[in-house]
Design a protein around this ligand. Structure first.
Ligand code: ZN
Length: 416
């Protein structure tokens, strides 16, 4: 179904951890954790609990930390003395360093209703999920807390008509789902070149805190039909962190070939301060030279699209390949080019022959590796592993694939 969108949420157990210290308005520990009374009946109101405190027994001020405002500035209107603030900061150090408080973050100062004295609590919101509760009473100190987090599961489908970004927005998905998809398919799809008619089908989850969806979506399973080929991805953790695999259990990440020429030797390494043998001066060498006989095949180190195939005075005959949003590779001094701009090439495919055209003393390939538009030494790069699902985890993987497919489908069926 084109443009179909369905979403269903499940509430996942929310845990507010409550650690008590001092006395006063904190919830007795025997009650453990609970959510707020938002769904209770009006004639039987549950006390409002916020930050692990009985909120309606407190008089609360709130605001946002201003530029240059320190903890003592913040507490100054509440007559909390400098000595007390220093003790508070010292006592809190192992839990939270007060110097890490930042402008733009929210705060609440809570005073007991029956008290005209100094406030009992200061709450500082660290981010959309986490906060710190400072105790300003007899015991000075801090504890960390987190808002209850729901996980919301969604399933979107659509077809590319303008761009992945806009078409996801059209079906009601968060636009950073495009970023998450680009991450999953970083090694297989160049999302700057998706085409009209490509189809996507994504099952993902997001965190929801205080009614707002926060953070990046987590893709659980995904299908992207690109150039008429279905590229499926399933999230699975075989014990070394979650990764994405195709239905056969192969990693969606691909390793690059170690070098573009077989049976070659490195004649010059990547070196930012190299003395150039032809120019006779210091000139950074932003590539790795592989010496081999003229006519030796030069291989694409990874799948990609040829973005340059040309001749220049310095490079001689050269080819540049775009592999994905992050990586490009370039191959210089060819005697002959074997591909043209726009060609899709596979890893290991012959794209040219070794030569010494351009600024070269002998037959070699100057191999240049680009990462995010910058030339880097590929031999120093740490590439993500591309381990497939191990044989002893294949049954668990197959079960997870079935579970994800059923879960995605159930969302679709329940709302159509
Ligand atoms: Zn070189």
């Amino acid at each position: 179904m084109k443009g179909g969108f369905a979403s269903l949420s499940f509430f996942v157990v929310c845990v507010v951890s409550i650690i008590l210290f001092g006395c006063g308005d904190a919830i007795p520990s025997s009650k453990g954790s609970r959510t707020s009374g938002a769904f209770s009946k009006i004639d039987d109101p549950l006390p409002i609990v916020r930050f692990g405190l009985y909120w309606d027994s407190l008089v609360v001020d709130s605001g946002v930390i201003k530029n240059g405002q320190s903890l003592s500035h913040l507490l100054d209107p509440y007559k909390v003395g400098a000595g007390k603030i220093a003790t508070l900061a010292a006592n809190s150090r192992n839990t939270y360093e007060v110097r890490d408080m930042r402008a733009g973050k929210r705060w609440w100062v809570a005073t007991r209703r029956d008290s005209l004295s100094t406030p009992a609590w200061l709450i500082y919101e660290r981010n959309s999920i986490d906060y710190v509760v400072f105790s300003l009473g007899d015991t000075l100190g801090a504890r960390l807390g987190s808002y209850p987090v729901d996980t919301v599961y969604s399933h979107v489908k659509g077809e590319i008509s303008r761009s992945l970004y806009l078409d996801l927005e059209e079906v009601g998905a968060p636009t950073n789902l495009a970023v998450a998809m680009a991450g999953v398919y970083a090694w297989t799809i160049d999302f700057t070149h998706v085409q009209k008619g490509d189809k996507f089908d994504v099952y993902y989850s997001r965190k929801r805190v205080n009614g707002n969806e926060v953070g990046m979506p987590t893709i659980l399973s995904c299908s992207f039909n690109h150039h008429g080929t279905d590229l499926l991805a399933y999230r699975f953790d075989q014990g070394d962190g979650a990764d994405y695999f195709d239905p056969q259990g192969a990693s969606l990440r691909k390793a690059f070939l170690k070098s573009p020429v077989e049976f070659s030797r490195i004649s010059s390494s990547f070196n930012k301060k190299r003395f150039h043998p032809v120019l006779k001066r210091i000139k950074p060498h932003l590539g790795t030279d592989y010496a081999a006989k003229t006519g030796t095949p030069i291989l694409a180190v990874g799948d990609g699209v040829v973005i340059k195939s040309a001749y220049t005075k310095n490079n001689g005959n050269y080819v540049k390949i775009r592999h994905n949003n992050t990586y490009e590779t370039q191959y210089l001094h060819m005697s002959k080019r074997k591909c043209s701009v726009g060609d899709r090439v596979r890893q290991g495919e012959v794209i040219g022959l070794v030569g010494s055209t351009g600024l070269a003393t002998g037959p070699h390939v100057c191999f240049r590796f680009w990462k995010n538009g910058e030339q880097v030494d590929h031999r120093q790069e740490k590439f993500p592993p591309s381990t497939p699902v191990r044989s002893n985890a294949m049954d668990a993987f197959a079960a997870e694939v079935r579970r994800l497919e059923a879960a995605a489908k159930s969302i679709e069926l329940s709302t159509n």
